[in-house]
Design a protein around this ligand. Structure first.
Ligand code: PXG
Length: 443
């Protein structure tokens, strides 16, 4: 049938199977966003809603930034697509060079993907192929962490530590182990910034190495700050210790910076913030300010070089996506980096972080609150679950905040906040006042 013969049905919500959403509940009472500018969304019923989640942790420079809009318009009108394999276009090379100057040390080669999930799969594959290229093909085990979130591909859910992925999708990749997560309320509740307790948990990696032998282990992957499983801030010294153990045993360290990258902590990347250099970094989201899907994996020079030793006539890495380095995504990203730089947004986030921290911890003693955590422009507000109804209390808070013109994000019974880095102090005040008031009104 000719597509045009079927009239579009804007009011029919049935066909779209929404991701990570309670479809039936949403479709009964939809929350529709129709436009956005700066810190605010406009809803279909014409209300302004403060975006306290930067979309989904991605719109770091705020919405509808003119430079990015214009760059995308210009690029799509000039080169809409170019093949990603055996062909190139200038913007991809320009962007990779520019990104490599933002990263410390020799993290200077970039592989483009289209999402965080693809970045994670790419990083894991590079790690495995790297050891093989160096004649250490027995290094095949991958180590993740409980409560880790690394997207939704089979690689990512295997190294991730979320029970629902195991419950619904089965046995996943073999040869994967998990370190314990680092969160312990008994020792850490209401910590400001990095908790003092818990650095020793990195030594659990030694235990796994002792069990399997280093000659079987390819890589360790962690989020420097875990976001979607409830804002878990690394204990002091933890990441540095992981680095030391990986160095000692020749294991690659992968940082999944899909949410911590591009200014979220008040530095370009978490690697810079914590002063710990991984071998591979996964990114996405803020790379284009959320405008066009894109991800990127950064690898250290010696990793890239180890692939370049083989026969000249062979493809060095048997991997890639139709849309790797898509011209429109590259244009969006270049304009995003310009925006971050011109407005010094990472520095702005760093300057604002102490104010943010005080605002977060002003909720101590607020109704239902059992823990508060923060780093950079991230906050976790943990609520006491309603007896027998986990997640309901936080979701009710989300709905009530939305009614009052504030969009927060929740995971389990934890409110996770990550506003665009352009947020003003008055908006921070309004955000936390709204949350406090809402917590007074819900069961
Ligand atoms: N790694 C990390 C650390 C992430 O946070 C991904 C990988 C996957 O990215 P893609 O682009 O494939 O979705 C993520 C994504 C939330 C939330 O509210 C977090 C994510 C995605 C959607 C919602 O916590 N993180």
């Amino acid at each position: 049938m000719d597509g045009s013969a079927t009239p579009s049905q804007p009011n029919n919500l049935e066909a779209f199977w929404m991701p990570f959403t309670m479809n039936r509940q949403f479709k009964k009472a939809p929350r529709m966003l129709v436009s956005a500018e700066g810190m605010y969304y406009t809803t279909q019923d014409g209300r302004q809603v403060l975006d306290a989640a930067a979309g989904l942790w991605c719109v770091n420079a705020g919405h509808r930034r003119p430079r990015i809009v214009e760059a995308v318009q210009r690029q799509i009108a000039e080169l809409d697509y170019a093949p990603a394999f055996q062909m190139g276009h200038p913007a991809a090379f320009e962007l990779a060079s520019r990104l490599s100057t933002m990263l410390p040390g020799d993290l200077d080669h970039v592989f483009f993907t289209n999402s965080g999930s693809e970045s994670v799969d790419t990083a894991l594959k590079i790690a495995l192929a790297y050891h093989r290229a160096r004649g250490e093909g027995t290094r095949q085990r991958l180590i993740g962490r409980e409560r880790g979130y690394h997207g939704v591909g089979f690689g990512g859910i295997s190294v991730g530590g979320i029970v629902n992925n195991r419950k619904f999708f089965g046995s996943l990749l073999t040869g994967v182990d998990h370190m314990p997560h680092t969160h312990d309320k008994a020792h850490q509740a209401f910590s400001r910034g990095e908790p003092e307790w818990g650095g020793h948990l990195a030594d659990e990696l030694e235990r796994i190495v002792t069990l399997h032998d280093a000659s079987n282990i390819a890589a360790v992957i962690v989020e420097p700050v875990a976001g979607s499983t409830g804002v878990l801030i690394p204990p002091q010294g933890y990441l540095k210790r992981l680095r030391e153990i990986c160095d000692k045993h020749g294991i690659l360290l992968i940082f999944d910076e899909v949410i911590t990258g591009f200014g979220r902590l008040g530095a370009s990347f978490a690697t810079e913030y914590f002063g710990v250099m991984p071998d591979i970094i996964c990114t996405a989201k803020g790379i284009t300010n959320g405008t066009i899907p894109m991800g990127a994996v950064f690898v250290r020079k010696h990793i890239y070089d180890s692939f370049m030793d083989g026969p000249e006539g062979a493809i060095e890495l048997f991997h890639g996506y139709t849309y790797s380095g898509h011209p429109v995504a590259c244009a969006a990203s270049l304009a995003t980096l310009d925006t971050y730089q011109e407005e010094q947004l990472f520095q702005r986030a760093a300057d604002l972080a102490p104010y943010w921290e005080d605002a977060v911890h002003s909720l101590k003693g607020a109704r239902h609150v059992i823990d508060l955590r923060n780093l950079g422009l991230i906050a976790g507000i943990e609520l006491e679950p309603l007896p027998g109804q986990p997640t309901k209390r936080a979701f009710d808070a989300f709905l009530k905040c939305y009614e009052r013109g504030v969009m927060i994000r929740t995971t389990g019974d934890i409110i996770a906040l990550s506003p665009p880095l352009i947020i003003e102090k008055a908006e921070i005040d309004r955000l936390f006042t709204t949350i406090r008031e809402v917590l007074e009104t819900i069961d």
